[in-house]
Design a protein around this ligand. Structure first.
Ligand code: DAH
Length: 339
């Protein structure tokens, strides 16, 4: 009998329960009328008189311990219940913070949308490119100083592989696998080896446009760009084209829009000219068409390229380019309602 009591004592010392149901099962096992301790009590009368004192004390110890242990376990569950009862179940839930679209994404989508409505589809190309698609096929001859217009990141071990400096490389990617009519815009990230400042970064975003078909003229280009400018910056926006130079277009131009801060009157933002530059454009040089497998005697085309950061700066008056890549949520949250 003593051995049995000793065994139960050890068991009771280690009692645990995961939930009130388990605890109740333990109570029944040890403390109920038909439980193990009562069974020992019933046997008590058979214990020889000289052992009664010792066995009786042990038995009481066991009973007390079992009662204490089960009461203690019960208390832990009751405390949990109390803490649940203190919860205010009528309180509204914590709001889940939704992310916001990045301003560059908002503007890029808007550009895609405007040109999409004019029949342009989206084309894509790799950011890690080869010299051919970025330069040679775009009519930059080897060692031509025009290559220095864009400071290029080279891969040390593979001088032919570079990070694309402009999305014009996607023009080549599209033309080499398709024949006119071609009407695409190519949004994407580009890289230049520039010192980072408020007005320059080593990566930024462009949207390239390309239209190649029979009888495509400069007039078509001008009309599409006017339409774009007015949809992007408002119906009163004027455009102006200034002659420029790009290896891949001839003739080439840079396009300005009337300054929407001063309405063309002149202000510090437009440096008192009334105009701000937003993109480069021109008629695709026949040499580019030929290099990419398109017959320049049959087809003509126009192309344009714009910086998404530049357009975003104009639209939202962001003064420092670095804001776009710093992930400062105070800045990003300002665009919460934009899209
Ligand atoms: N690729 C030029 C740049 O990054 C932008 C550009 C100018 C693209 C004229 C064109 C274009 O397609 O016709 O500066």
């Amino acid at each position: 009998m003593l051995a049995k009591i000793e065994q139960l004592l050890q068991e009771v010392k280690g009692l645990t329960a995961q939930n009130p149901e388990e605890l109740e099962a333990l109570r029944i096992k040890y403390l109920s009328k038909k439980g193990a301790i009562n069974a020992l009590m019933a046997d008590f009368r058979n214990v020889p008189a000289e052992q009664k004192k010792e066995v009786g004390m042990k038995l009481n110890e066991l009973k007390n311990l079992a009662q204490e242990r089960i009461a203690a376990l019960k208390e832990t569950f009751e405390n949990q219940d109390n803490s649940a009862a203190e919860l205010d179940l009528t309180r509204t839930a914590y709001p889940i913070k939704l992310g916001t679209r990045h301003p560059l994404t908002i503007v890029r989508n808007e550009i895609i949308d405007i040109f999409g409505r004019m029949g342009f589809t989206i084309a894509d190309g790799p950011e890690v490119e080869d010299d051919w698609h970025v330069f040679s096929s775009m009519n930059f001859p080897a060692d031509h100083p025009a290559r220095d217009m864009q400071d290029t990141f080279f891969i040390e071990t593979h001088p032919d592989i570079i990070l694309r400096t402009h999305t014009s490389s996607v023009q080549s990617r599209v033309m080499e696998v398709s024949q006119p009519p071609i009407r695409v815009i190519c949004p994407g990230r580009v890289y230049r080896n520039e010192a980072i400042s408020y007005r320059a970064h080593c990566f930024f975003h462009q949207v390239e446009g390309l239209y190649v078909d029979k009888n495509v003229s400069f007039t078509d280009l001008k009309q599409v760009l006017l339409q774009f400018a007015q949809e992007m910056f408002g119906p009163d926006t004027k455009i102006r084209l200034r002659p420029s130079y790009f290896p891949f277009t001839e003739p080439s131009a840079e396009m300005d829009i009337s300054c929407d801060i001063c309405g063309g009157e002149g202000c510090p933002f437009c440096k008192y000219t009334g105009w701000v530059e937003i993109l480069g454009c021109g008629m695709v040089d026949p040499a580019v068409l030929e290099a990419n497998g398109i017959d320049s005697k049959v087809y003509t085309g126009y192309a344009f390229g714009m910086g998404v950061e530049r357009i975003t700066n104009l639209k939202y008056k962001v003064k420092d380019l670095r804001m776009f890549s710093e992930n400062d949520t105070r800045f990003l949250e300002e665009f919460e309602s934009a899209n």
